[in-house]
Every structure is written in C-alpha cells, then in structure tokens.
Design a protein around this ligand. Structure first.
Ligand code: ATP
Ligand code: MG
Length: 245
C-alpha cells in the first residue's frame, strides 16, 4: 500500500532522515521507534506533505505523493493525528467531528442545507463518535475534556476523512495507564474490525510490543533494524542504541 523509497530530509547541515526505504501492507500495524531526535516525526511530515523531502519517493497504491500539498495527501487516503492538537477547543466534540466530516465532503456538500437536519451527516457523525466511544461526550466542549478523551476526539477526526492509512505520532504520550489502555484497545478494534492500516510512533515499548506486527527502528535518521517484537527485543544494535541494554 505505502512504498517509501530512499527518503532523505536535510535541515541545512543536519540529515534528519537518511535514505529511508520501507513498504507497508494493507491492514497491518507498524511502529516506528527510536530515541528522541531519531527522525520519526520528520518522516511523518514527509509522508503527509507538511515537509518536502530533499530526495526520495512516497507512493500510496502506486501514486506518487511527494510534491502534493497536505490536503491532497489527505484526499489520497492518508489520515494523520498531529502531536500538536488539531481540534477546535471551544467547540463541542460533536461539532469538531461534524466540522471534519463537512471538510472532507468538500464540494459534495450543499451549502444551503440545514446542517442540523442533514440525515446522512448526522449519521456519519454519530457513527464516528460511537466507533471511538465518545458519544456520551458529544455536547462537551473539547477544552473541558481529559487528555485521553481529547486524543479519542482526534482519532475520530482522523476517521472522518476515511483514510486508507492512519499515521499516529505518539498517540499515548502523557497519558495515564487506563487512558493508554483505551487508545490501545481502540487501535486494536479499528484494525481488527474495520481493517484499518496504522503507522504509529511510540516511546512506550509496552504499547509497541502489544500493537505492532512489524517494528522499524530509526537511529540518527537511518533504519537500524526491522522485525517483529521478539526480533527487535533481541537485536544487539537496538538493545545498545535504544533499549539501553
Ligand atoms: N524544522 C526543523 N528544522 C531544523 N531541524 C529540525 C526540524 N525539525 C526537526 N529537526 C531536527 O531533526 C531531527 C529529527 O527530529 P524529529 O522531531 O523528527 O525526531 P523524533 O524522532 O520525532 O524525536 P521525538 O522522539 O523526540 O519526537 C532532530 O535533530 C531535530 O532537532
Ligand atoms: Mg517526534
């Protein structure tokens, strides 16, 4: 589904992403791990079009994404949650999901129709809130939610664009263990029941080993190792560079 080939990103003299190549198959969960500054978020920015690579290629189902603006990349099927939250804090949960669905519908959306009585819009919004488990929070302004609930809203916003591939950058950062468990359960559910494909970055190794079928280790911008949980846990270079063993 996703083919990343020889991707390079230089920030003046710093090579943040160094000749990275990997492929993702449909309906898989892959995790990127690596120390702070390894290049994980930069790599996400390159895939989602917020940054242009110095060189290299990113293809989704054979279509080149490099040079497309971020909104076209979303339309092509890549949904991404931002580490800096992309919600409207003063709007309710329902209104935030509604705004994302309307934005995604774009030109198909009838400006003159009353939004409150648009049955298919209402259904779509309710469906997303129920999938993510936030229906009971519908009327609460997002700024009044806990950090964990706000992340669920963000995942709902990502789902509103019906993505083929979902990029989550540290989805459990700063969360309590129960909040983390909810996010992990949700990712499992979306993967198993809806066949969603995920690329996640995560520092919590418990989460990585629980979720990811395939793990890619980045170190100083380069891929250090690729493997399943057991292979990564036992990889001597990874143990030295990242797990601190
Ligand atoms: N816009 C930028 N301009 C210059 N340097 C940058 C920029 N963005 C990132 N970098 C540098 O690129 C390197 C990779 O950063 P990046 O944020 O991708 O790491 P990361 O793996 O996501 O780290 P973390 O685990 O802390 O989130 C770092 O050395 C960082 O300082
Ligand atoms: Mg990062």
């Amino acid at each position: 589904m996703l083919e990343v080939t020889n991707l390079v990103k230089d920030f003046s003299s710093l090579r943040a992403v160094n000749n990275v190549s990997f492929n993702l198959s449909r309906q898989t969960i892959t995790a990127f791990i690596g120390p702070n500054g390894a290049g994980k978020t930069t790599l996400y920015h390159l895939i989602s079009g917020e940054l242009q690579p110095t060189s290299g290629s990113v293809k989704l189902n054979g279509k080149e994404l490099v040079c497309l603006p971020p909104q076209k990349i979303v339309k092509a099927g890549i949904g991404r949650s931002f580490q800096i939250t992309s919600v409207f804090p003063s709007l309710t949960v329902d209104q935030n999901i509604r705004a994302a669905v309307i934005a995604h519908r774009g030109k198909q959306f009838n400006f003159w129709q009353n939004l409150q009585t648009d049955v298919s819009l209402n259904q779509n919004v309710t469906e997303i809130m129920s999938l993510v488990g936030i229906e009971h929070l519908a009327k609460i302004p997002v700024q009044n939610l806990s950090h964990g609930d706000r992340s669920l809203v963000e995942i709902g916003i990502v789902l509103a664009v019906k993505p083929l591939l979902i990029l989550l950058d540290e989805p459990t950062a700063g969360m309590s263990r129960p909040e983390t468990n909810r996010i992990v359960e949700l990712i499992h559910y979306l993967h198993q029941e809806l066949g969603c494909t995920f690329l996640i970055t995560e520092h919590d190794m418990e989460v990585v080993f629980d979720l990811a079928e395939s793990i890619i280790v980045l170190h100083q911008g380069s891929i250090l190792a690729v493997g399943n949980s057991e292979e990564i846990k036992n990889h001597p270079d990874v143990r030295r560079a990242y797990l601190g063993v």
